[in-house]
Design a protein around this ligand. Sequence first.
Ligand code: PHE
Length: 358
Amino acid sequence: MIEAAGLDSKDGLAYDQAVREALGEKAEQEVSSCETLEALRQLEGALLGKRSRLAQLHQQLGSLDPSERKVLGRLLNERKARLKSLIDTRRAELDRADEQARLAAERMDLTEVIAGRRRGTLHLVSRTQSELEDTFVGMGFTVAEGPEVETDWNNFEALNIPPDHPARGMWDTFYLDVGKPESVLMRTHTSPVQVRLMQSHQPPIYSVMPGRCYRRDTPDARHLSIFHQIEGLVVDTGISFSDLAGTIEAFTTTYFGPSIHSRLRPAYFPFTEPSAEFEITCTICEGQGCRTCSQTGWIELGGCGMVDPEVFASVGIDSEIWTGFAFGFGIDRCAQMRQGIADLRILMENDIRFLEQA
Ligand code: PHE
């Protein structure tokens, strides 16, 4: 810093004083206390602009004594440079603060927020599916999955349902316009995953196969045209019908609780022989009889049976060595029964008031 020392004229001393007043500590403080870019811009104009005190001082330099002019010119330039750099620093700080504020203001919250409530949960059907998987995994099963678009062969033929077999009427099918007519379809049940599993794995097999299925059903309180099933398949040596009944009962009490039991009633499926429908104690009345179970105390959950040797033949498993059973039931129906849902269609409607309760 250039000291005033060496100035002896009155003009020189006054000029020195004027520089320090206009561009000295006070101006520096003003710069650092500027709170907005706009205020800083105005201050910069006032301090260093065309009509500033600095500009005047520049002009006055010419009228000073040449020996003093040099010293004072340096003082003026040094002050000016110092202020300029302070202003630049402050501008950068304010710029950064501005950007932070803009980012904060423009931040978009893409999650759906309903004041004071949870932000989102798994759908009841997804939760039911993973609870069912957990239950079966706990019983020693593995979980397998397959595609929703299937061949006619996997969905029907390999399961002992040839073309034109009257049993095809049990599954109203959505066919896709792919390949030969009626050769590709939306799977009508999860049973084709059994076929895939038996083709790709040597027994013993202990697996469950959950997934979405499609049928040309008119939706009503107990049916959906897009629904979910879970299938179970056991293939081993010496598997008997009592293993099937015991597995179903163990699953029922584990999943629904100790007061809910199962029973089997004769039924027909082309891929199992013998076949049965399995029913569980009505969860609404716990077996007492109510409107939901038509006063019987029982509710149908799914189908089951011993794997038909024809099915083993189509996937290349020797039915002289291996026996097995399969079962399948609706995941949506299970959720309906556990939660007491009057009408299944609500599962597909995405009504937030329903989804929140689940
Ligand atoms: N796949 C059958 C259905 O959708 C259910 C079932 C599975 C029956 C396994 C028996 C054995 O109706």
